[in-house]
Design a protein around this ligand. Structure first.
Ligand SMILES: Nc1ncnc2c1ncn2[C@@H]1O[C@H](COP(=O)(O)OP(=O)(O)OP(=O)(O)O)[C@@H](O)[C@H]1O
Length: 267
């Protein structure tokens, strides 16, 4: 049996409290999470529960306080070199054109045909004619496409996405979600996708993992999404099975979301 792309075992992350440095805050604890090679897994949970923290652990940007992280069976040491990331915030370099942004990682690696590969990826994300534009000359959706090309051009075995489309309007967002699914199904990389949007999680994923509210957030439910593929994220939402899955997952998540919301109000 091949090792999972990503395996978190008994992971906990404790931070020094921002309000009172003498206090410690345990964001997540007892987290076991696996993403199989080629599997698309989403993590959903209330606001502030620790979703980004887990993604940072998977990326190797944050060392967990306890527990272990394995990447294709090997213990993760330092940055996860087999993963590419796409974050919520803009990650493009404003002084570089779209093409130069997509090329940057390949250049850094010393790849000889960086320009050709970057041009190819810009075409794949529908921006063939826009390589010479600077980020400020592109729409929000286009900038996300450039980010996507920038991530995928490096051909990572694991793709880590932290609410990548949350800033987009709903139509652009659905287009991007479908594009990601099409690209993913062609290459079948492992994806760990963080979102607070349950509809998006169900529409995209093979599996949805629910986290409890913090402190000490941990997985409290896991659901296999047995909807047929290929999927159109807008069409799949009206399928009876989608509605059933949504109800089942929301039943697990609802109280936790309320708890998370109340904690935010109290903070
Ligand atoms: N470096 C840090 N130092 C102190 N506390 C932190 C640090 N990083 C995260 N936290 C705390 O850990 C908790 C989890 O944060 P995290 O950003 O992972 O949540 P999230 O689920 O991604 O939130 P959201 O849904 O709002 O994006 C929060 O209470 C946050 O304030």
């Amino acid at each position: 049996m091949t090792a999972p792309a990503l395996q978190l075992d008994n992971v906990a992350c404790t931070f020094v409290s921002k309000d009172d440095p003498s206090q410690r805050y345990t964001a997540v604890r007892e987290v076991a999470l696996t993403v199989g090679a080629g599997e698309f897994v989403s993590v959903v949970g209330p606001t502030g529960c620790g979703k980004s923290t887990l993604l940072n652990v998977a990326a190797g940007l944050l060392q967990p306080s306890t527990g272990s992280v394995k990447v294709f069976g090997e213990p993760l040491v330092g940055i996860n070199a087999r993963a590419g990331y796409m974050f919520q915030s803009e990650s493009l370099m404003p002084w570089r054109t779209a093409l130069q942004n997509v090329m940057a990682g390949l250049e850094f690696r010393g790849v000889a045909d960086a320009r050709e590969q970057a041009e190819e990826w810009l075409k794949r994300v529908g921006l063939g004619g826009f390589g010479n534009r600077y980020p400020h000359q592109l729409s929000g959706g286009m900038r996300k496409r450039v980010s996507l090309a920038q991530t995928l051009v490096l051909d990572p075995d694991i793709i880590l996405m932290d609410e990548p489309f949350s800033a987009l309007d709903i139509q652009t967002r659905q287009l991007m979600e479908n594009e990601v699914l099409a690209l993913w199904s062609a290459k079948k990389k492992a994806v760990l996708f963080i979102t607070h949007d349950l509809d998006e999680a169900i529409a995209m994923s093979d599996r949805v993992v629910c986290l409890s509210a913090g402190p000490g957030a941990r997985p409290i439910g896991e659901f296999a999404i047995d909807l047929p593929r290929p999927r159109d994220v807008a069409e799949v939402r009206v399928m009876p099975r989608f509605v059933e899955l949504h109800q089942a997952i929301w039943a697990v998540l609802r109280d936790e979301v309320l708890k998370g919301y109340q904690q935010q109000l109290a903070a």
